[in-house]
Ligand binder design. Structure first.
Ligand SMILES: C[S@@+](CC[C@H](N)C(=O)[O-])C[C@H]1O[C@@H](n2cnc3c(N)ncnc32)[C@H](O)[C@@H]1O
Length: 252
């Protein structure tokens, strides 16, 4: 397996922790990604169901597709109202033109090149694809330091100038971007656990991972914005890229 493949398949080993410490998605961000008349939607690369829960809260019928059985088990536990199915983005286990929107939370970058054609296949014309990422807002000093420690730096923070997630595509209109600020209340143990759910950190050898988590603990215990406090607000910006499924006739 390549390092990338190891990271893409590493999440299941931390599924329960993932549910507890990874941030959810604001309803405003979810709504912006959907067509106004959406009823049936797909959460693709659904993990433990963070996006699924936000979609169910909008009163939608939700299919949740995820290739890792351990993540899917956790999703079935936290979001039993969803139709949970095992499968990858490159072979979505749903019929053609069966959903009004495909939502992807923090997972599109793991998908193979054929995933876009699959997303186009399951979407009805006029349906939307909404690609979401929760980025830490590192305008706050301790948040920037935390990001540097867990080695994601630019790719996972608001300092990163995100390029469009996919180039011009005959099946979709050009993606447009919108951002939504929110915060997550978290404590010391939660922050350490959050560091431990990153794909990069999960894929490290155990001794290097322990070293890195010790550095995060030192940050929490010594940084003036954190030391001695039971809980703190971790600021996030949810970035959403939305594109519309073209009608087949538009580009025939
Ligand atoms: C960072 S997690 C995000 C999970 C969830 N969407 C969320 O927002 O919390 C990335 C997820 O992508 C899944 N994934 C990795 N490669 C995938 C692929 N080729 N097709 C579908 N999902 C994939 C992983 O199993 C993992 O559950």
């Amino acid at each position: 397996m390549t390092t990338r493949e190891i990271q893409a398949s590493s999440f299941g080993s931390a599924a329960a922790t993932y549910t507890a410490v990874r941030p959810g998605y604001p309803g405003s961000a979810i709504r912006w990604g959907l067509p106004p008349d959406a009823r049936v939607v797909l959460d693709l690369g659904a993990g433990t169901g963070k996006v699924t829960e936000a979609l169910l809260a909008q009163g939608l019928t939700v299919h949740a597709v995820e290739p890792d059985e351990r993540m899917l088990d956790e999703l079935r536990r936290v979001a039993p109202a969803a139709d949970a199915r095992l499968g990858p983005a490159e072979a979505i286990p749903l019929p053609d033109a069966s959903v009004d929107a495909v939502c992807v939370g923090h997972a599109f970058h793991w998908f193979g090149p054929s995933a876009l054609a699959e997303m186009a296949r399951v979407l009805r014309p006029g349906g939307t694809v909404a690609l979401l990422w929760n980025l830490r807002d590192d305008a706050t000093d301790w948040v920037a330091r935390f990001g540097t420690l867990i080695a994601l730096g630019a790719q996972d923070s608001t300092r990163y100038e995100s390029p469009s997630p996919f180039a011009e595509n005959a099946d979709f209109t050009a993606p447009v971007r919108q951002t939504f600020a929110h915060t997550q209340r978290i404590d010391r143990a939660g922050l350490l656990a959050l560091a431990g759910t990153r794909g990069y950190v999960l894929a490290l050898p155990a001794d290097r991972r322990d070293e890195l988590l010790a550095e995060v603990a030192e940050l929490v215990d010594t940084h003036p914005q954190l030391a001695g406090r039971d809980q703190f607000e971790l600021p996030y910006v949810t970035e959403v890229w939305r594109a519309v499924r073209r009608n087949g006739a538009d580009h025939a």
